[in-house]
Design a protein around this ligand. Structure first.
Ligand code: GLN
Length: 298
């Protein structure tokens, strides 16, 4: 149907009518209510519309003058209102891409972030592709780190733990749908790993200070607080984890930890105190020291 037809059909109704009308109205509402930049608002509107109508983003472009049924309109409006009330897009659509693969997410797990791809890159650089090494991911959440590592290094024996059974259920589902072989265990950090040692331990633990105003803004309000906040300085879990980690590394094994924008010095000091000889820190794409780690001496 062309523009004119749909215009005639809906004359006098006032509200959005075609795909393009709906998207334009949504862009404006998203930008106003959430303070999103225009480009971001446009992207979110398209992702939500594609999800609501079970179509591809390309379909939206090809069909921008199509009129929508009342049912389609209602499906989109329901989703849009939830987004306007702050719910993250990834929880509304139930999925987020990480390292080029789709991961299922729910409010039981942190939404995978591009920052964490740095941790993955550093880990991959330490996992040979022709040897079966033992890798551990602590606090796996959606499983995005563990699953990516084993997908990229199929010979690696990857174990992933989380204290939350609900998170592990999501991680297991992701591993199944991506055909990844990961050993999942319910464990509060190293609790279920007595006597086990690894060549590489990685983690994206909670590291935000409990009183950080960041926790009360935007998407993070809807994410599990236990996956985000860690005591007055955000270092509670990193301290526990680093103290215990060396007993679970093989000689020469490596530890890599994601942390907050201002925690590199503190994390390096903790690593040094606990047997990592020459800790290093690495910057993410925004130039922020985001991962620290090093090797246990041989
Ligand atoms: N990088 C995340 C944020 O700032 C925090 C993730 C975490 O605590 N591990 O929202």
């Amino acid at each position: 149907m062309n523009k004119q037809d749909s215009g005639i059909r809906d004359q006098g109704s006032g509200g959005p009518r075609t795909v393009a009308d709906f998207l334009a109205a949504a862009n404006l509402q998203l930008a106003t209510a959430l303070g999103l930049e225009k480009r971001e608002a446009r992207l979110e509107a398209r992702v939500l519309a594609a999800f609501a109508w079970a179509v591809s983003p390309a379909w939206l472009i090809a069909h921008d003058t199509d009129p929508l049924s009342d049912a389609q309109s209602a499906q989109f409006q329901t989703l849009l209102s939830r987004r306007l009330a702050g719910e993250p897009v990834a929880y509304l659509t139930g999925t987020r891409e990480f390292y080029g693969r789709p991961f299922r997410v729910s409010p039981d797990v942190l939404i995978p972030r591009p920052d964490t791809e740095l941790l993955v890159e550093l880990a991959l650089a330490r996992i040979p592709s022709d040897q079966a090494v033992d890798v551990l991911d602590l606090g796996t959440g959606s499983g995005c780190i563990a699953i990516t590592l084993v997908q990229e290094r199929p010979l690696a024996r990857v174990t992933a733990v989380d204290r939350s059974a609900a998170a592990l259920a999501i991680a297991r589902r992701n591993a199944d749908s991506l055909n990844a072989r990961v050993e999942f265990l319910t464990s509060d950090w190293f609790a279920a790993l007595a006597g086990r040692r690894f060549d590489l331990i990685v983690s994206n633990p909670p590291y935000i200070a409990a009183a950080d105003p960041h926790l009360a803004r935007g998407d993070v309000r809807f994410e599990p607080l236990t996956a985000l906040a860690a005591g007055h300085d955000g270092l509670d879990d990193l301290r526990r984890l680093i103290r215990a980690a060396c007993a679970h590394l093989k000689p020469g094994g490596a530890l890599l930890l994601e942390h907050g924008y201002d925690q590199a010095d503190a994390v390096q000091a903790l690593l040094r105190m606990n047997g990592i000889r020459h800790p290093q820190s690495w910057a993410d794409l925004a130039g922020i020291l985001r991962v620290s780690g090093g090797k246990l001496s041989e």
